[in-house]
Ligand binder design. Structure first.
Ligand SMILES: [Zn+2]
Length: 190
């Protein structure tokens, strides 16, 4: 399902915000800003109403039952409470049952859910749930670490604080050995 973002309304709204904060939306530096933000929102909210299912292809691989980890997938998202960015890295581990996909598609899944108004907890859960449903794997583990600008530049102002979230499903949940193996691989540095 595709959807379009109403850039005209965004432009009007941004102009109103600029006036409301005491700025002059017609001064040279700001004149194009509402348009820029409309265009930018098209990109950074392109995951809204998008189903990652439409962008990944699953393959049957009867003999592939080993752990696959996509580590350090960079992502940028927008916190739904403040509409400020939170960003960091996602690590996605799964043990296939019969279905696999190209490694790059794991990043695609993260990206589709990240390009929305989000909460880090929900982003983590959505990626894990999607993979459980679509891949029917033996298990999935998703770990996300991120910095939230709503924490860094306002409020408690703890710049650099990393928030960690994880979602553990299937064999990663039931077998501590498998979970630890994945965690070690995620932590491992060359
Ligand atoms: Zn926030």
């Amino acid at each position: 399902m595709s959807h379009t973002i109403d850039t005209n309304t965004i432009e009007k709204a941004v102009k109103m915000i600029l006036t409301a904060i005491g700025e002059d939306p017609d001064r040279e530096g700001l004149i194009e800003t509402p348009k820029r933000i409309g265009k930018m929102y098209q990109e950074i909210f392109s995951g809204i109403n998008k189903d990652p299912k439409d962008h990944i292809k699953l393959f049957f691989a009867e003999n592939h039952q080993e752990m696959v980890i996509a580590r350090d997938i960079p992502f940028y998202s927008m916190c739904e409470h403040h509409m400020l960015p939170f960003f960091g890295h996602a690590h996605v581990a799964y043990i296939p049952n019969k279905k696999i996909t190209g490694i790059s598609k794991l990043a695609r899944i993260v990206d589709t859910y990240a390009k929305r108004l989000q909460l880090q907890e929900r982003l983590t859960t959505q990626v894990a749930e999607f993979m459980m449903t679509e891949f029917e794997p033996q298990g999935v583990m998703v770990v996300i670490s991120a910095e939230h600008l709503c924490m860094s530049m306002r409020g408690v102002q703890k710049a650099g604080t990393q928030i960690l979230t994880s979602a553990v499903r299937g064999v990663f949940d039931t077998d501590p050995k498998t979970r630890n193996e994945a965690l070690e691989l995620i932590r491992m540095r060359p």
